[in-house]
Design a protein around this ligand. Structure first.
Ligand SMILES: [Zn+2]
Length: 428
C-alpha cells in the first residue's frame, strides 16, 4: 500500500503509518552486563507487555498489572540498593496506584537501573489513553549535569524571555533527567519511537506535585544520526560534522520542554482545545519548538560554546525529520510543516529551483523569523484568540497555499518510506 503521506485530502488524524510504509532502521540497546542475571525476569516482562499490546485494546487488565507488579518484585529481589527500592515502589504503584509518598520516595532515589511499566501514555493522535509498555533506563549522569548547569542561570533566561514580551512568564518545569534506554517492550517499542516520557503523568497520575522528564539521549541521538543526518545529506548541504550532537540534542529537547511552560497570565489552552483539540496540540508544539529554538540559539548555545550555525543545523535536521512523517498523523509534524512554511515565506530557508534541496539562507534570519513567529504565537495561542489561530493556519498550515507551493519538494521526501528505529537489545 502506498499512501501519499503529504496529501491534504481526507486527513483523519487517528492512526500512525502502517508497518509496510515504515522503513525500519536497527538501533542497539545495551542492557548492562552487571544486571544480566535479570534476563529471565526481563524476558517475562517483555513477553507479557508485547503480547498484550498486540491483542484487544492493548491495555494490561487488572490481572496483567498484577503479573507485571509481581515481576517487578521478582526483579527487586535480584537487585539491591536504590534499584531494588525503585522496583518495589513502582510495583506498589502498579498494584495500588501512585500516592504522593511513593512519588516523593522515588524522587529521592539514585537508582543505577530504573524500570517503568504499566499502561503508559502514547502520542496524541496515535491512540487515546495508555498502553502496555515497560522500559528500563540508566541515568547519564554527566549529561544530566550539563543540563542542570544551564538552569543555574535562570535570571538570564527570564531576562531573555521578558525581552520577547515583558508579560511572559515561565512556569516551573519538571526535573529533567538525561538517560540511556536499555530495554523497551510493548507499545513503546512500536512506531514512532518516544524520546521522552513525562512521569508520573504518562503513567496515568496527572496531578503529581513532583514531575520528572526522562529524556532518552541514546534514542534521540540515533534518530538524529540515522534519520535526520540522512535527510540533511540528501536534501541539503548542511551536516553535523564537528557538532556535539549529544549535548545539543539534550539541550534542544530541554529548550522545547521550557517552551511548553512559557505563558501569559490569561493563557488557557483549554479554550483553544475545546474549539479544536488537534489544532491546539499542534500550536502548543509550535510554541514549544519556537521558544525552545530561541532559548537554545540565543541563550544556552552561546553559554555552552555552540555557534548559531550549529543550533540552526540541529533545528533544520529536526524539522526535516518531523515534517517527513507526513500530514495529519502527528501534531508535532503538522507543527513543523507550519514552521517550515513560515521560515520559507520569510526567506530564512530557501528551496532550490528544482525542489531537491533546502538551505539556511542566513542563521541570523532564522532567529529573526523565529522571533517573529514567537510574537504570532503570543498574540494568538497565548491570548486564546481562536480566530487568529485559524487565520495563521490558513496561511501557514498543512492546507495552506504555501504547502501547495512546497508540494514538489514534499514529493521528493515522499518517495521513500517513513524511517523509524527498531530496537535490538543486547545483554538479555
Ligand atoms: Zn512538546
Amino acid at each position: 500500500m502506498n499512501i501519499n503521506r503529504f496529501s491534504t485530502e481526507n486527513l483523519a488524524p487517528t492512526e500512525w503509518h502502517t508497518d509496510d510504509q515504515i522503513k525500519e532502521i536497527d538501533m542497539q540497546l545495551y542492557f548492562p552486563s552487571c544486571y544480566s542475571h535479570l534476563a529471565p525476569v526481563v524476558n517475562d516482562i517483555s513477553t507479557l507487555t508485547n503480547d498484550v499490546s498486540k491483542v484487544g485494546d492493548g491495555r494490561l487488565d487488572a490481572e496483567g498489572l498484577k503479573t507485571l507488579a509481581g515481576l517487578f518484585d521478582k526483579a527487586a529481589n535480584l537487585t539491591d540498593g536504590d534499584t531494588a527500592k525503585g522496583l518495589r515502589l513502582r510495583s506498589d504503584a502498579i498494584r495500588n496506584g501512585y500516592s504522593t509518598k511513593i512519588i516523593e520516595e522515588l524522587n529521592l532515589l539514585n537508582d543505577a537501573l530504573s524500570f517503568v511499566g504499566g499502561n503508559i501514555s502514547s502520542w496524541y493522535g496515535k491512540h487515546v489513553g495508555g498502553f502496555a509498555t515497560c522500559f528500563a533506563t540508566c541515568t547519564n549522569v554527566e549529561l544530566t549535569q550539563t543540563c542542570d548547569s544551564v538552569l543555574w542561570c535562570k535570571d538570564m533566561l527570564h531576562d531573555y524571555i521578558a525581552g520577547i514580551n515583558s508579560r511572559l512568564s515561565m512556569l516551573e518545569i519538571p526535573k529533567y533527567v538525561a538517560c540511556d534506554l536499555v530495554f523497551m517492550s510493548g507499545e513503546g517499542a512500536s512506531h514512532p519511537k518516544h524520546i521522552a516520557y513525562f512521569l508520573p503523568e504518562d503513567e496515568g497520575f496527572k496531578c503529581s506535585p513532583i514531575k520528572k522528564t526522562h529524556y532518552f539521549s541514546n534514542v534521540h541521538c540515533a534518530q538524529i544520526n540515522k534519520i535526520s543526518a540522512e535527510l540533511l545529506s540528501e536534501f541539503s548541504k548542511h551536516d553535523y560534522y564537528g557538532i556535539d550532537i549529544v549535548t545539543l540534542g539534550a539541550l534542544g529537547v530541554l529548550g522545547h520542554e521550557y517552551g511548553h511552560f512559557i505563558t501569559l497570565p490569561e493563557t488557557n489552552f483549554r479554550i483553544v482545545s475545546q474549539n479544536d483539540r488537534w489544532s491546539s496540540i499542534m500550536y502548543q508544539e509550535i510554541a514549544a519548538d519556537v521558544f525552545g529554538f530561541l532559548i537554545l540559539a540565543e541563550v544556552w548555545g552561546p553559554m555552552k560554546g555552540f555557534p548559531l550555525e550549529q543550533s540552526c543545523t540541529y533545528y533544520l535536521g529536526e524539522l526535516l525529520r518531523y515534517a517527513n512523517r507526513g500530514f495529519g498523523r502527528f501534531p508535532d509534524s503538522d507543527g513543523m510543516l507550519f514552521q517550515l512554511n513560515y521560515l520559507l515565506h520569510f526567506s530564512a530557508l530557501e528551496i532550490s529551483k528544482d525542489y531537491t534541496k533546502i538551505r539556511i539562507t542566513d542563521p541570523e534570519l532564522v532567529v529573526a523569523a523565529m522571533r517573529s513567529l514567537a510574537r504570532c504565537i503570543i498574540e494568538s495561542l497565548l491570548k486564546n484568540d481562536i480566530k487568529l489561530l485559524r487565520d495563521f493556519e490558513l496561511n501557514f498550515g498543512v492546507k495552506s497555499g504555501l504547502t501547495e507551493q512546497l508540494s514538489p519538494f514534499l514529493a521528493q521526501l515522499g518517495k521513500k518510506g517513513v524511517p523509524s528505529l527498531s530496537y535490538q537489545t543486547q545483554g538479555i
